[in-house]
Design a protein around this ligand. Structure first.
Ligand SMILES: Nc1ncnc2c1ncn2[C@@H]1O[C@H](COP(=O)(O)OP(=O)(O)OP(=O)(O)O)[C@@H](O)[C@H]1O
Ligand SMILES: [Mg+2]
Length: 263
């Protein structure tokens, strides 16, 4: 039976490419024959919208078949899995109600471990090779839940002037998580939305390469308008335009992640 590796994408800096990277790396892994479960945990529902149109996404949000209900009711989350149109790629959708998740968690016993508990049966079943979790741009009890349920953390960083802002908070938060969930490791930093013509691209790479004990992934995701077109069509970029540069870059990143994530 396959062992399931859980990887979360988190960065408190908004717009750093978490949802886009999670959606596309997940798809790339599935085309490599892996069974992948994506979990959308953000009230913005961007990961859900990457695979389902607005109407279907809102329907799932309103029907209660989503992560919010599963967490608030502390259920086995396998009840909330939906299939995407792609082989080997499933999703637990989110809901706009996730805006109140911090409040909901507050009164719960062992509140940092509700997600880990909810995923227990799914992991034990060995049905998935990878579970990929997209996080909201916050650092609270919910993101702590996400990290406590994960084997690895990937930090997407936008190669922009403000891209590195807040990264120190992220590392401090990770150290706090490690105290209660010691097995989590940072798999690496993923540079996203890069434009090599711009000066700060070089600066970002230099700064990130100089960090101690944190791997900078070699594969880099460049800005490519095909990504936005694919999102507008609720498709991963490889399914939208396989020959695009972005499609190739997400595939390379998926392969690199799989190389490091196989425990
Ligand atoms: N490689 C890319 N090329 C062009 N645009 C991109 C690329 N990656 C992401 N984007 C765009 O950048 C924006 C932010 O990306 P994304 O939503 O993935 O970031 P995020 O970290 O999940 O944001 P949030 O913190 O709000 O959850 C989106 O509008 C997305 O379409
Ligand atoms: Mg997002």
């Amino acid at each position: 039976m396959a062992q399931t590796t859980t990887i979360c994408f988190a960065n408190n800096k908004g717009g750093s490419g978490k949802s886009t990277t999670c959606a596309n790396v997940g798809y790339a892994m599935s085309t490599l024959g892996k069974k992948v479960l994506l979990i959308d945990s953000d009230m913005q529902m961007n990961l859900t919208l990457s695979y389902f149109d607005d109407e279907k996404s809102l329907e799932m949000a309103q029907s209660g078949k989503n992560i919010y209900t599963g967490i608030v009711e502390q259920r086995d989350l396998s009840e909330y899995i939906v299939q995407t149109e792609y082989e080997g790629l499933d999703l637990i959708p989110s809901s706009t109600l996730m805006s109140s998740i911090e409040f909901q968690l507050f009164s719960k016993w062992q509140r940092e471990f509700i997600l880990r508990q909810g995923l227990k049966k799914i992991k034990e079943s060995g049905k998935y090779d990878y579970i990929l979790i997209d996080s909201p741009p916050t650092l609270g009890c919910w993101v702590m839940n996400i990290m406590c349920a994960s084997d690895y953390l990937i930090i997407p960083v936008e190669a922009s002037p403000w891209g590195l802002f807040g990264l120190a908070n992220m590392f401090e938060f990770y150290e706090q998580v490690k105290l209660i969930s010691p097995s989590i490791e940072i798999l690496g930093i993923a540079v996203t939305k890069a434009s090599e013509r711009k000066n700060y691209f070089k600066q970002t790479i230099e700064t990130l390469s100089s960090l101690d004990n944190v791997r900078l992934l070699e594969s880099i995701i460049r800005i490519d308008s095909t990504v936005e077109w694919s999102q507008d069509n609720s498709k991963p970029v490889m399914a939208y335009k396989k020959t695009s540069r972005a499609a190739q870059e997400y595939m390379e990143m998926a392969k690199e992640i799989m190389k490091y994530a196989d425990r």
